[in-house]
Design a protein around this ligand. Structure first.
Ligand code: CAP
Ligand code: MG
Length: 429
């Protein structure tokens, strides 16, 4: 028998529950308690009207156990879900509730997972430590680029540009998010030409390099493409996790390939940009870590795409720490055996941004610059050199202006785009 507020228990102390932090704006004429109760019933065992139920169903009800201003916390018994099934979990806690008339707006800010659900997922194969081992880079941030223009290059020009970026100093070079297997640059030809260039660059530099080739496609096709990369000795694959879908990414991860997985998050802003309605990047990052990508884009807090640096810092902690503490927009989480994910900062970046990014995100970060490398006055190789010089300067606690005195490539980048000094004052070009 469902009474008025049967899904609210402000004295409940969650134990083995999956917990959701929601930000809600009740519909006109509804108070927080009523709206919160409706969110909990609709996302667990209830519906809009009373239906004859069995008493034993009641133990699976979600419970609102905290209502503070516009945030509520809801505890879901773990038995409500199929443990290692991302679509199933999201269909409950991020399904119908977004369209309910009881709320004017609702945003799923974070989820914390109980041990049994955590343990049902593979998590990353490599994590930060494993990636550093693959590339033989012990401490410093990794330097990456994205081949630009993002679409249109012929395969040989794509591979040549990748080669220039690797010999210039990039550790990893990726395809852009919307490059798949278009007629002007088919996957099969791109993977063989680019890996050939990668092996040339490794021989020439005596360094390990990574090519993050985008396998994004229908799931069976992704598996086929990943197999081709593995056969040709590739260390990485890249996948657009939001447009591909969680089930596809889980299939790719569980296919057992040796390669590391680089996760691009194109389309995330359709969910997380509105601060009052949708699903936060924190939640998307949680599932990316659970399903088991090794590297994940988290934003820059300074480049061309929105997202303030405090949120980016919290995201970076969420995916790379073993244990994260609760904040206003984040739930506490112990990640147990789930490995870390390498944070990737990318989007409108250039070498002059490196001091700011390392200050805020630390050295366990992949700094990716597309236009900020290929748009260098002396071209791609010089752009990659400038990016690597900026990282070397920061790792040796030298001001970029000082370091640029005997590093022409960095000087030209600073002159074109500006730079942060050691006190994080920005010097415009
Ligand atoms: C960056 C990028 C990345 C963005 C994605 C682009 O290129 O290749 O896709 O970083 O954003 O296409 O914009 P630029 P995010 O360096 O030339 O900007 O990393 O925030 O997901
Ligand atoms: Mg891109």
């Amino acid at each position: 028998m469902v009474t008025k507020f049967d899904f609210i228990d402000l004295k409940y102390n969650p134990k083995n529950d999956l917990i959701c932090l929601f930000k809600i704006k009740p519909a006109r004429g509804l108070d927080m308690k009523k709206a919160a109760n409706t969110v909990a019933l609709e996302s667990s065992t209830g519906t809009w009207t009373k239906v004859p139920g069995k008493d034993y169903v009641e133990k699976l009800r979600a419970k609102v156990f905290s209502i503070k201003k516009d945030h509520i916390k809801v505890a879901y018994p773990q038995e409500l879900f199929e443990y290692d099934n991302v679509p199933n979990i999201l269909s409950s806690v991020a399904g119908n509730i977004f369209g309910m008339k009881a709320v004017k707006a609702i945003r799923l800010e974070d989820i914390s997972f109980p041990k049994k659900i955590l343990r049902s997922f593979d998590g990353p194969k490599y994590g930060v430590k494993g990636i550093r081992k693959i590339l033989k880079i012990k401490r410093r941030p990794l330097v990456g680029t994205i081949i630009k223009p993002k679409l249109g290059l012929k395969t040989r020009h794509h591979a040549e540009s990748a080669y220039e970026s690797w010999v210039g100093g990039c550790d990893v070079t990726k395809d852009d998010e919307n490059l798949a297997s278009q007629k002007f640059n088919t996957f099969e030809e791109r993977v063989s030409r680019s890996l050939e260039k990668l092996h040339d660059a490794e021989r020439e530099t005596k360094e390990k390099k990574g090519y993050l080739i985008n396998v994004t496609a229908e799931t069976k096709e992704m598996i086929k493409r990943a197999q081709l990369v593995e056969n040709l000795g590739g260390k990485y694959i890249m996948v657009d996790i939001i447009t591909s879908g969680w089930a596809a990414v889980q299939t790719l991860r569980e296919a057992g390939f040796k390669m590391a997985i680089h996760a691009h998050r194109a389309m995330h802003a359709a969910f997380d940009r509105n601060p009052n309605h949708g699903i936060s990047m924190m939640v998307l990052a949680d599932f990316a870590r659970l399903v088991g990508v090794d590297q994940l884009h988290i934003g820059t807090g300074i480049g061309k795409l929105e997202g303030d640096i405090e949120d980016i810092e919290e995201l970076s902690e969420e995916i790379s720490l073993k244990e994260v503490k609760a904040t206003q927009k984040r739930l506490a989480q112990k990640w147990g055996k789930i490995k870390s994910v390498f944070p990737v900062s990318s989007g409108g970046l250039h070498p002059g941004h490196v001091p700011f990014l390392v200050k805020h995100l630390g050295r366990d970060v992949i700094l990716q610059m597309g236009g900020g490398i290929h748009g260098h006055p002396l071209g791609t190789r010089a752009g990659a050199m400038a990016a690597k010089q900026a990282v070397d300067a920061v790792m040796n606690d030298i001001d970029l202006k000082e370091y640029a005195k005997d590093h022409k490539e960095l000087r030209l980048a600073n002159e074109k785009w500006g730079y942060f000094d050691k006190r994080l004052k920005y010097h415009k070009p």
